[in-house]
Design a protein around this ligand. Structure first.
Ligand code: SAM
Length: 213
């Protein structure tokens, strides 16, 4: 994702620390308190500029949404959009999702989204893929028993790799969709990348999976 140079980003994020929560690990197992209610929490990893999160938060006001994004300039854009939306069921974290168990407690998350994650196509970078088994171990711990993992991508190689990874891990595949936009799913909220790639005619893949207890 292209990042603009925003030297005022630190100041902006500090001013908006009610939305972009600093020191995320301090709130482990207490995220509902940070939201100030007991609604279930859904998490998007690599949230980008926030389009998906905002669309979902509008569609599901009964759910709290958290987006994690490592790139500061990108989360600044997401924050601006969340402010404009006026929604109160979104929080953002400017964090590396390399160990989500430090940020979230066991069963704290009710749904997890991976949207257009970086494909890391070289074999030597396999461990960086967000669907590599070490990430699945984390997701299993933070997701509650009914929690679903929903993965969308335009990248056929990453999709195939992820299906194998999910299967090898023992996840139950509940949906494998090889052309998401060919079906009439009115609940689908498009991400920035999804809009970009589908407008170029690329097929969008989606998988829904669950950890079996
Ligand atoms: N999900 C958005 C979408 O579909 O439009 C953005 C997709 S973009 C290809 C992937 C995003 O994931 C980037 O914004 C990147 O900075 C973020 N990202 C990659 N690795 C991450 C990590 N370890 N922790 C948090 N964010 C990460």
């Amino acid at each position: 994702m292209r990042q603009r140079h925003k030297p005022w980003a630190d100041e902006f994020l500090l001013e908006n620390n009610h939305l972009v929560i600093p020191s995320a690990t301090e709130h482990r197992q207490n995220w509902q308190k940070v939201f100030g209610n007991d609604k279930p929490i859904h998490l998007e990893v690599g949230t980008g500029k926030g389009q998906f999160l905002i669309g979902m938060a509008k569609q599901y006001p009964e759910i709290n949404f958290i987006g994690i994004e490592i790139a500061k300039s990108v989360i600044v854009s997401a924050t601006e959009k969340v402010i404009d939306s006026g929604l109160d069921n979104i929080l953002l974290l400017n964090e590396d999702a390399s160990d989500l168990r430090e940020i979230f407690g066991e069963n704290e998350i009710a749904g997890l989204y991976l949207n257009f994650s970086d494909p890391w196509p070289k074999n030597r970078h396999e461990k960086r893929r967000l669907t590599y088994h070490s990430f699945l171990e984390q997701y299993e711990e933070i997701l509650d028993q009914n929690g679903e993992l929903i993965f969308k991508t335009d990248n056929r190689g990453l999709f195939e790799y992820s299906l194998v990874s999910f299967n090898n891990y023992g996840l139950k595949l509940e949906e494998v969709n090889l052309d998401l936009h060919a079906i009439d799913d009115e609940t689908n909220v498009m991400t920035e990348y999804e809009e970009k790639f589908s407008s170029k005619g690329q097929v969008i893949y989606r998988c829904k999976a669950r950890f079996e207890s």
